[in-house]
Design a protein around this ligand. Structure first.
Ligand code: HEC
Ligand code: HEC
Length: 453
């Protein structure tokens, strides 16, 4: 395993940042290295992350069946209505210590078909979803008596999450067991190009993410039932989700042997229908300021990765060892907490207690951190540097994907651009490294471009 001192990596990051910020030339800013015949990421590493050399994504497992995965997901063959018949994950379980009785929620409950890109419709949810739907009747699975949960669900389409709920190493009173988020249900379109899953990329593999979804949304206890979720179930669900692309041409990006792979990898905008001069100018603004992070060609998520053992070597005995695999950034959305969400522990009887996480700084010092916002990746890694870090979402069909950010805090594309153009972003941990200042014209052009993604 290669070790590099944190200091030299920090210096490398600083250098990469200043190059990206000062240069207007396409080559420096393209996610693809210039060398002939070679496809590389120019994105610079974070303090502890090993960089991925090539464009590659988690493959679907041999023998995986996407049609069965769709049925396990609770989606009917029409891709827009629910079919629960194979999707409830209930029955006798040795791991659970009894019989799991489903609350009737399926994956479809919160990822409601292709019409909403496998996410939730616009809030208020009660305007389009029946009060008797398991989304509402099963709410205690996630809410567990939290008095804010119903309002946050209906009015903001946010769901309560306790990321360490199923970690048997964390006792009931452990602040890491108590810490929680209010999160939007991520749209699963193009999830095939994600490296790290969930809004903060804490899900290292799709299998682990899907199994956690089954445990958490089916029932309200913190008990696991691993024996009701087989490897084949996970592989089939993954194959179904990885097949949900915004454009069938993107499939080539997952297969370096496809003749179109190189075309899509080399022209980041190959599938983007740029037609007007304003869109063309907006594309250049995007290249200059946004592709520092949104750098997967034609998809615009982030392609940097961590391989725990370096250089694409994965320990077969322990494929998911390592803190997290996705590259995450703090862009100031959590700190802004635009909806004024509450992050104290509901102790019952209308009492609320602060949650104080012992987070570890880079020098090893333990810092008590009182939670007043969504702490992002830090809730899982326990590291101070990971506070407020989130993964870089894909941007295709953006106009259909509102509202935006992990807490649904931007209602429109304009609000997203204004966030990145504001002090909320520019004073954030990563905004300071990659500043964005757009004038009136650049802002307007960028918005024109984002609309056609
Ligand atoms: C009660 C609502 C709800 C249900 C039911 C639900 N999800 Fe989700 N899903 C969410 C939320 C909320 C997030 C984001 C969570 C976070 O960031 O912590 C999410 C995120 C995900 C992600 C991460 C996507 C990405 O872009 O990284 C995957 C994969 C996923 N869900 C799969 C599933 C599967 C499979 C099921 C069924 C077993 C399921 N979900 C059931 C609400 C739900
Ligand atoms: C420093 C890295 C970084 C830069 C630079 C950056 N982004 Fe992002 N972007 C992110 C992260 C991280 C998120 C997720 C934030 C969250 O949900 O809290 C995000 C979220 C978004 C979203 C929300 C997508 C959704 O579905 O919710 C949009 C849209 C977006 N960015 C567009 C842009 C544009 C346009 C620019 C350039 C003006 C830009 N980004 C620059 C990292 C970056």
């Amino acid at each position: 395993m290669k070790t590099t001192s944190p200091l030299s990596l920090i210096l490398a990051v600083g250098l990469g940042a200043s190059l990206a910020a000062c240069s207007g030339s396409r080559d420096d800013l393209s996610p693809l290295g210039a060398a002939e015949g070679e496809i590389r990421a120019t994105n610079t590493g974070s303090y502890n992350l090993h960089l991925e050399e090539t464009l590659r994504f988690n493959p679907v497992q041999p023998g995986a069946d996407p049609a069965r995965g769709r049925a396990l997901f609770g989606l009917a063959a029409d891709s827009d209505t629910e079919d629960k018949s194979q999707a409830l994950f209930e029955g006798p379980s040795v791991a659970f210590g009894g019989t799991v009785v489903s609350n009737q929620r399926t994956c479809f409950t919160c990822h409601r078909g292709l019409v909403v890109e496998l996410g939730l419709p616009a809030a208020p949810l009660s305007a389009s979803i029946d009060a008797g739907d398991a989304l509402f009747t099963g709410i205690q699975a996630d809410a567990q008596g939290d008095p804010d949960a119903l309002g946050n669900l209906d009015e903001l389409a946010l769901i309560k999450y306790r990321p360490n709920r199923f970690n048997p190493q964390r006792g009931e009173d452990d602040p890491f067991r108590r810490v929680f988020f209010w999160r939007k249900s991520t749209r699963l379109i193009n999830v095939a190009f994600g490296i790290g899953f969930l809004n903060d990329a804490r899900g290292r593999t799709m299998f682990e993410t899907d199994r956690g979804a089954v445990f958490s949304h089916t029932q309200s206890s913190d008990r696991r039932f691993d024996d009701l979720f087989s490897v084949q179930d996970g592989n089939d669900l993954e194959a179904f989700q990885f097949s949900q692309l915004s454009d069938p041409r993107l499939a080539a990006l997952r297969d370096p042997s496809d003749p179109m792979f190189r075309v899509l990898a080399r022209d980041p905008f190959y599938t983007v229908p740029v037609a007007t001069r304003a869109q063309e100018r907006g594309k250049r603004v995007f290249e200059k300021y946004c592709m520092t992070c949104h750098n997967v060609p034609n998809v615009f998520s982030n392609l940097s990765n961590i391989e725990p053992l370096g250089n694409g070597e994965t320990d077969v005995q322990n494929p998911v060892f390592g803190p997290s695999v996705g590259r995450t950034f703090n862009v100031g959305v959590s700190e802004r907490n635009r909806h004024g969400l509450r992050f104290t522990h509901h102790a019952g009887g209308g009492r609320f207690e602060p949650i104080v996480l012992p987070l570890v700084d880079e020098d090893g010092a333990v810092v008590p951190f009182e939670v007043t916002m969504d702490v992002g990746l830090a809730a899982t890694t326990g590291r101070l540097q990971d506070v407020g870090r989130f993964k870089v979402p894909q941007l295709r069909r953006l106009a259909r994907n509102a509202p935006y950010f992990h807490d649904n805090s931007a209602m429109t594309i304009e609000e997203v651009v204004d966030h990145f153009n504001s002090d909320f972003y520019n004073r954030s941990r990563d905004g300071r490294r990659f500043p964005i200042r757009l004038d009136h014209r650049q802002r307007a052009d960028l918005i024109e471009f984002l609309r056609i993604l």
